[in-house]
Ligand binder design. Structure first.
Ligand SMILES: Nc1nc2c(ncn2[C@@H]2O[C@H](COP(=O)(O)OP(=O)(O)OP(=O)(O)O)[C@@H](O)[C@H]2O)c(=O)[nH]1
Ligand SMILES: [Mg+2]
Length: 244
């Protein structure tokens, strides 16, 4: 026998309790269903308030696997983070490869391994942030799991969502994966040094980004040659000064 009852909590949000049983064993199973994204949004709001109270601006970096998130952060830690204290949380299903690449004496870094989850969620970020010494940190970069789909739905409590698109992926990705681009404050086209060798049509890519994400600021960079990185650092500085 299944008994399903809907309740409302003190905040007026709904949840469902499903009780089944008693089974032949005499046990009754009670299942509590809460809307997953509601829970995430609540934790994200807590994260956002916590970061703001600490004077930290959080960036959520999202892209396909291999678009150059860690490479951009490596350069940022080397060239920007001496003037402005930065910290990084980096998410992957397995390994601490990226955390080892990013580790610097002047920047706290922690790896989050998600097991089978294809995106970070707000609770993982809260746990990761607790593991970091955030004393004096002004910028927290959260490198999401490489995935152009699922991270779109999960607010982490960031102030700014940065979506990366590399020259190796093709011009059509904003058209094919619109939700993530629509949710971005900034789109960074990466691997600018590969535009020519790969025959990447940069003008079309920029048009596609503008069509899907007219709200987004667009930057073009190469973490290999350093092209465009001064614009990225200027953007970080402006965002900090604006107190986002
Ligand atoms: N030519 C060139 N290669 C780059 C650039 N940025 C990153 N790469 C290379 O691209 C590969 C992937 O870069 P990562 O920084 O690891 O990419 P990622 O987005 O962090 O990857 P995941 O964490 O696995 O999602 C590495 O071999 C980098 O050296 C760039 O600007 N130009
Ligand atoms: Mg990475």
């Amino acid at each position: 026998m299944l008994v399903t009852t809907d309740y409302k909590d003190e905040a007026g949000d709904g949840f469902t309790v499903i009780a089944s049983g008693p089974a032949p064993s005499g046990r009754t199973t009670v299942e509590l269903r809460l809307p997953l994204l509601d829970l995430n949004d609540r934790q994200a709001a807590l994260n956002r308030a916590h970061f703001r109270a600490q004077g930290i601006t959080a960036f959520n970096l999202v892209s396909s696997p291999g678009s150059g998130k860690t490479a951009l952060l490596e350069r940022t830690l080397d060239e920007f983070a001496h003037a402005v204290k930065c910290a990084v949380l980096v998410g992957d299903l397995e390994t601490d490869c990226d955390a080892r690449r990013l580790r610097r004496p002047h920047a706290p870094v922690a790896q989050i391994t998600t097991g089978s989850s294809c995106h970070l969620d707000a609770a993982m970020v809260a746990g990761g942030a607790n593991a970091l010494d955030l004393e004096g940190v002004r910028l927290l970069f959260v490198e999401n799991v490489g995935n152009l789909v699922c991270p779109a739905a999960f607010d982490l409590g960031e102030a700014v969502r940065v979506v990366l698109l590399s020259a190796a992926e093709g011009e059509d990705k904003p058209l094919k994966y619109p939700p993530i681009f629509k949710s971005a404050q900034v789109v960074v086209v990466t691997k600018l040094d590969l535009v020519e060798p790969l025959g990447f049509d940069l003008a079309t890519a920029l048009d596609n980004i503008r069509r899907i994400a007219p709200q987004a600021k667009i930057l073009t960079v190469s973490s290999r040659s350093g092209a465009g990185l001064s614009d990225w650092y200027a953007f970080l500085r402006t965002t900090l000064e604006a107190g986002a």
